[in-house]
Design a protein around this ligand. Structure first.
Ligand SMILES: Nc1nc2c([nH]c(=O)n2[C@@H]2O[C@H](COP(=O)(O)OP(=O)(O)OP(=O)(O)O)[C@@H](O)[C@H]2O)c(=O)[nH]1
Ligand SMILES: [Mg+2]
Length: 315
C-alpha cells in the first residue's frame, strides 16, 4: 500500500508577552480526537503553506493572519500516512480566537505544554515553540570578571535567553566554578544555561542542560541525561544529525554555514546545503558559523530555528 502524503499548515500563535501559546483540542470524533494541537489543517490543491494557514485559521478560529514566519517543518510517519507539519510562527493577527467548530481553544503557558497530550508528531514543535531564535555560545575568557560582564551585557542588552558555556581552556575545577557563576546570572534573567561538556557535569551544577560536541555525540548510543533537561549537540553533516535524532537530542547546531576565523579550514555548507540537511532533521536546528542576528530571518526561511553565534553576542 502506498501511504498517503499529507501536508498540513499549523500555527504557533504567541500571547503578547511571549509566554503563552494558543492550542486547540481536536474534536473526539476525528482522527487523533481529544488530543491538543496547533490549529491548522491540510493544504488544498495548489495552496501554499501560508495561504492554507490563513484559510484554516479563519475557518477554525475566526482569526485573520497578516504575517507569519516559518518555525519548523516536521516529517512524521503515521501508520496510515506520511505527514508534513509545516508550522508557522504568527506575527500579526486580528480577531479574538474562538472554536468555530465547537472545539476547545486555550492559551497555555510554555512551561505547562508538556501537561497536554499531543499527537506523536508534535514533540519537535513543542521544542521549537519553547526555544528562542538566538543561541549564545560564550567565548574563551581567561578572567571570570570579564566573562560575567560580557554575559550580563548579552542577557541585558541583547535579551538573549539561551546560553551555552563553552570554555575549552579552563580545567575541570575552574569550569565548574564558572558554570555556577554563569548559572546564577542566567537565573536572574530567566535565561537557560547549557554546559558544553560531559553529561555528568549536571550532577555538580544544576544547569538547564548539556551541549555535546560532535565527537561526544557520536560516542553515545542513548540520551545521557533526563528528559526534563535540555540536550543539544554540535553537528556538521547528515550522519551526525541522524545520530542526534537517534539519541533524542532536543535541538542541534549545524555548522559551519560560512567560513570563520576560528575554523578557517572547514568547508562551509552555504544556505542551500544547510536547507537540505535541516529539512529531514526533525528537531530545531540553529545555523552556526559566521552568523549574526541579521541572518536570523534568512535562517528561519530555510527551516532553521534561528542562529547561534559567539562573536555577534560577545562584546
Ligand atoms: N492542525 C494540526 N494537525 C496536526 C498536528 N499534529 C498532527 O499530527 N496533526 C495531524 O495533521 C492532520 C491535520 O489534519 P486536520 O484534521 O487538522 O485537517 P483539516 O483541518 O484540513 O480538517 P478536515 O480534513 O477535517 O477538513 C491530522 O491527521 C492531524 O492528526 C497539529 O499540531 N496541528
Ligand atoms: Mg484542522
Amino acid at each position: 500500500m502506498i501511504k498517503r502524503r499529507v501536508h498540513v499548515a499549523a500555527a504557533a500563535i504567541f500571547s503578547d508577552d511571549g509566554q503563552e501559546v494558543l492550542l486547540a483540542r481536536r474534536p473526539s470524533t476525528v482522527d487523533q480526537g481529544g488530543l491538543w494541537e496547533f490549529p491548522g489543517g491540510k493544504l488544498a490543491p495548489y495552496e501554499t503553506g501560508f495561504v492554507a494557514l490563513q484559510r484554516e485559521l479563519y475557518e477554525e478560529l475566526g482569526l485573520t493572519i497578516d504575517r507569519a514566519q516559518p518555525l519548523i517543518r516536521v516529517h512524521h510517519e503515521y501508520p496510515d500516512k506520511h505527514i508534513l507539519l509545516d508550522v508557522w510562527q504568527v506575527g500579526d493577527f486580528s480577531g479574538e480566537p474562538y472554536g468555530r467548530e465547537g472545539q476547545a481553544v486555550r492559551w497555555v503557558k510554555l512551561d505547562e505544554l508538556f501537561n497536554y497530550p499531543f499527537p506523536a508528531a508534535n514533540l519537535p514543535i513543542l521544542r521549537a515553540v519553547m526555544l528562542p531564535t538566538e543561541y549564545l555560545i560564550s567565548a574563551e575568557e581567561a578572567d571570570d570578571g570579564v566573562f560575567l560582564n560580557k554575559l550580563e551585557r548579552a542577557l541585558q542588552e541583547d535579551g538573549l535567553r539561551l546560553v551555552q558555556l563553552r570554555a575549552k581552556t579552563l580545567d575541570h575545577e575552574d569550569y565548574v566554578q564558572r558554570a555556577e557563576q554563569a548559572l546564577a546570572l542566567c537565573r536572574r534573567f530567566s535565561a537557560r544555561l547549557l554546559l558544553n561538556g560531559e553529561p555528568e557535569l549536571l550532577k555538580l551544577v544544576d544547569a538547564d542542560g548539556i551541549h555535546l560536541t560532535s565527537d561526544r555525540l557520536m560516542t553515545l548510543d542513548r540520551r545521557p541525561i533526563v528528559q526534563g533537561k535540555w540536550l543539544s549537540a554540535s553537528t556538521h553533516n547528515a550522519q551526525q544529525l541522524d545520530h542526534a535524532a537517534h539519541i533524542g537530542c532536543d535541538f542541534v547546531t549545524l555548522s559551519p554555514l560560512r567560513t570563520t576565523p576560528t575554523h578557517p579550514d572547514a568547508t562551509p555548507l552555504g544556505w542551500h546545503d544547510f536547507q537540505q540537511l535541516v529539512e529531514p532533521a526533525g528537531m530545531p536546528v540553529f545555523a552556526l558559523g559566521g552568523m549574526t542576528r541579521h541572518d536570523a530571518n534568512h535562517a528561519r526561511a530555510v527551516g532553521a530555528q534561528g542562529i547561534a553565534s559567539i562573536r555577534d553576542f560577545w562584546q
